[in-house]
Write a protein that binds this ligand. Structure first.
Ligand code: B12
Ligand code: SF4
Length: 264
């Protein structure tokens, strides 16, 4: 993730993207479904895949929706304006803008938490030159709770809101390409793609809303499967199941490596 370092200065100000920028519109899209949390599953063989990756790739789905929203704004606006839509991959500190836009606060687990909807939300933005009225920033409501810090299996949350990304299972199983370091293997366990634990234990996600959007429903290949069942699938079948999903980031080779680390 050295790109984060290289682009930090550029990402600190959206006027580096659109020099005429006056407003950032932030959207939050619920992706939670009715399946149990990894922390609720007692079957020791069950494979754990982060829920944001169960369905279609959010970059494609939300990217297309943001372009539609932007097209609608351009139709409605009495004046022309400059704009760019971003989701995840754009040069934007998304959580910072989400907090300032009133979507939610950046929690101790470093995810944006909405007081009604929890944190199973994808963030996306439209940076534009329109001078729109702003919402109020969201207030931090983590209080004295430290459940996420305590529950993190790799102790990646080193202080409230501060993540040592190199310890996070999401980084270890998705972003980095080497074998999973031996010191983390036990803690990573059956987490074969990403991790949700610090959000699952969050009290703001105790009764979360569920999305009926077909885009986020779990694909059959990941729905309730064991690590053994996943490992038994051919590379071709895994490739087909991963097609147009966020799991393509790790590719079949990355998933296989994670399955090996899980002992299958
Ligand atoms: C790199 C990245 C990661 C890395 C590092 C995570 C991290 N916490 O930084 C890894 C791979 C570990 C990761 C993991 C996950 N990620 Co991620 N990730 C990103 C990404 C692409 C960039 C984040 C980044 O720049 N981090 C590096 C530094 C700068 O972060 P930081 O030091 O914590 O930054 C804080 C301060 O420095 C300060 N700050 C920085 N700049 C500025 C500027 C100003 C003006 C101010 C005031 C403050 C300020 O505020 C920042 C936010 O707290 C964003 C998308 C995006 N473009 O923003 C998604 C994003 C944060 N991830 C997301 C998700 C869903 C996840 C996972 C849940 C996926 C999973 N299930 O496995 C996990 C959660 C892990 C966790 N507890 O955070 C979502 C979060 C949604 C939400 N509700 O908040 C995002 C927003 C993507 C999206 N569009 O929805 N992720
Ligand atoms: S996603 Fe998992 S490994 Fe990463 S900080 Fe949260 S609990 Fe820890």
């Amino acid at each position: 993730m050295t790109y984060l370092n290289r682009s930090a200065r550029h990402c600190a100000d959206v006027r580096n993207v659109i020099p005429s920028a006056r407003t950032v519109i932030v959207t939050a899209t619920i992706y939670n479904t009715d399946r149990p949390y990894s922390t609720e599953i007692t079957d020791p063989d069950r494979a754990h895949i982060a829920r944001y990756a169960w369905g279609d790739d959010y970059h494609d789905v939300i990217g297309a929706r943001m372009e539609q929203l932007l097209a609608w704004m351009k139709e409605q606006s009495p004046e022309p304006f400059d704009a760019r839509a971003c989701v995840d991959n754009g040069p934007v500190q998304e959580r910072v803008y989400a907090q300032y836009a009133g979507i939610g606060w950046i929690g101790k687990n470093s995810c944006v938490i909405n007081p009604q909807k929890g944190s199973w939300i994808f963030l996306a933005e439209i940076i534009c030159s329109l001078d729109l009225e702003c919402d109020r920033p969201a207030l931090d409501q983590c209080g004295t709770c430290t459940l996420c810090i305590e529950a993190c299996p790799t102790k990646a949350i080193v202080a409230a809101g501060v993540l040592d990304a190199t310890r996070c299972i999401s980084y270890l199983t998705i972003e980095q390409r080497k074998e999973i370091p031996a010191e983390f293997r036990e803690a990573v366990g059956n987490h074969v793609y990403g991790c949700d634990i610090c959000q699952e234990v969050c009290p703001w996600n105790a009764t979360p809303p569920v999305s009926a959007d077909p885009a986020w429903q779990p694909r059959a290949a990941w729905d309730g499967v064991s690590v053994g069942e996943l490992a038994a699938q051919s590379d071709d079948d895994l490739q087909k199941a991963m097609e147009k999903s966020a799991m393509m980031r790790a590719e079949v080779a990355g998933l296989r490596r994670n399955l090996r680390a899980a002992g299958v």
